[in-house]
Design a protein around this ligand. Structure first.
Ligand code: SAM
Length: 198
């Protein structure tokens, strides 16, 4: 069990598109409540949706207002409970400032990616680390949209989780990596289960 408070962060900037260019992606409606449900199930303190685009804040704000209405509270209490974890931020700096305000220190920033990195940590090792009683440092687990998180974000990152693979597995000598391009919603659920599930 994790003894450290953790947050789920869904980034819409800085992302890459199919050509590898730096872009801002649009918020997807399903990402709001599906990831909120996984965040609530596995015990996240909050779920930050990060986009610099003002119009997207208005749009997501309207969707959240709907899910926080009395009608929704009465008819969809499970969804409302999950959606109450959602917080909107304009930048990752805002996310760090909010976490710092709550916990007195910056979070450990964790990158997720479908591609392997040489210095990544396995789920079992990081799960063990999160359960150690000697640290209460908050954790921000970051997920991407579009074609994934741009390398301009890497200076923020302290830990990189290994990719999730199916039976085809990781790349090996002379063998290409197996297909592992999960939707971000599936990736969040699998990764939170590996780190915090029973
Ligand atoms: C690149 S986005 C794809 C977004 C896409 N538009 C969708 O359908 O959700 C998916 C994000 O989920 C995570 N992800 C996807 N597959 C993964 C894997 N096999 N291992 C670890 N993280 C993964 C990463 O955070 C990645 O940035």
């Amino acid at each position: 069990m994790s003894l450290r408070p953790f947050y789920v962060v869904l980034l819409h900037y800085p992302m890459v598109n199919r050509n590898g260019n730096l872009v801002t992606t649009a918020v997807t409606n399903m990402d709001i409540h599906d990831i909120a449900r996984s965040s609530r199930t596995f015990g996240a303190k909050g779920y930050f949706i990060v986009t610099p685009i003002e119009d997207q804040h208005e749009l997501v704000g309207r969707i959240l207002a709907h899910w926080r209405s009395d009608h929704s509270r009465e008819y969809h209490p499970d969804r409302v409970e999950a959606v109450s974890l959602v917080r909107l931020a304009k930048s990752f700096d805002e996310v760090k400032a909010a976490i710092r305000a709550e916990h007195g220190e910056d979070p450990e920033v964790v990158l997720t990616d479908a591609r392997p990195f040489p210095n990544s940590i396995s789920y079992s090792d990081y799960r063990r680390e999160l359960g150690r009683p000697d640290s209460k440092k908050p954790v921000a687990i970051c997920f991407g949209t579009g074609w994934g998180i741009s390398d301009v974000f890497y200076p923020e990152v302290h830990r990189i989780l290994a990719p999730v693979y199916g039976p085809e597995g990781a790349p090996r000598e002379g063998v290409a990596p197996g297909y592992n391009h999960l939707s971000v919603r599936a990736a969040v659920a699998i990764i939170l289960d590996r780190l915090f599930g029973q």
